[in-house]
Design a binder for this molecule. Structure first.
Ligand SMILES: CC(C)(COP(=O)(O)OP(=O)(O)OC[C@H]1O[C@@H](n2cnc3c(N)ncnc32)[C@H](O)[C@@H]1OP(=O)(O)O)[C@@H](O)C(=O)NCCC(=O)NCCS
Length: 163
């Protein structure tokens, strides 16, 4: 995390968060779905559309020039929304992404810790996420206190208690 700092996500970060949704959708080596294709998917679009709503919050890692290099944020979805990690009404789902050049340097873990603190301060009791099988990020989430509560053929839903 040398030379980087973490700040709260702001309403002007919507385009960068969309970039991070595209990174998350393309996590698998050799996958490179173009931005418009990823964001045409209602699930992916739902993570950023209309950013920033009143219940949305997150953190952004920025380089010394203030350029964003990664972000983690959460959003509360209604039960009928298209979202992969829906657990229950009032349980926000988090999304995290780091630009490729900045990966494996502790940025993702720092962002996860920052967004978890933000959710706790906002009074949420739990934080959820969805991760595809095979993504090493699942081990990162486990090491940050998330546990698998449901699985499909392709992905796990993980939850962390914030008490
Ligand atoms: C997942 C992601 C957010 C993690 O951020 P990061 O900055 O790369 O992660 P960190 O440097 O904080 O590393 C966290 C842990 O993961 C491990 N890790 C990092 N990259 C790894 C890799 N390619 N393979 C296996 N483990 C890895 C680190 O060793 C570290 O563990 P440690 O603290 O025990 O050493 C980032 O890699 C990313 O944006 N990936 C593509 C998008 C994505 O998959 N998003 C999540 C979708 S659910």
């Amino acid at each position: 995390m040398t030379a980087l700092s973490i700040r709260p996500a702001a309403p002007g970060d919507g385009a960068f968060l969309a970039d991070m949704v595209v990174e998350a959708a393309n996590w698998r080596d050799g996958t490179n779905r173009p931005r418009p294709v990823v964001l045409a998917d209602p699930v992916h679009r739902g993570y950023v559309a209309g950013w920033q709503r009143p219940a949305d919050a997150g953190v952004v890692a920025v380089d010394p020039e203030g350029r964003p290099v990664g972000a983690a944020w959460y959003r509360v979805f209604p039960p009928d929304a298209a979202a992969h990690g829906f657990v229950a009404a009032g349980v926000p789902e988090l999304i995290v992404g780091v630009r490729p050049l900045w990966r494996a340097q502790g940025v993702g873990r720092a962002l996860l810790q920052g967004v978890t603190d933000a959710a706790r301060r906002a009074g949420f009791a739990r934080l959820a996420l969805s991760v595809e099988h095979g993504n090493f990020a699942a081990a990162l989430y486990r090491s940050e206190g998330f546990a698998v509560i449901a699985s499909t053929a392709t992905r796990d839903t993980m939850v962390r208690r914030l008490g």
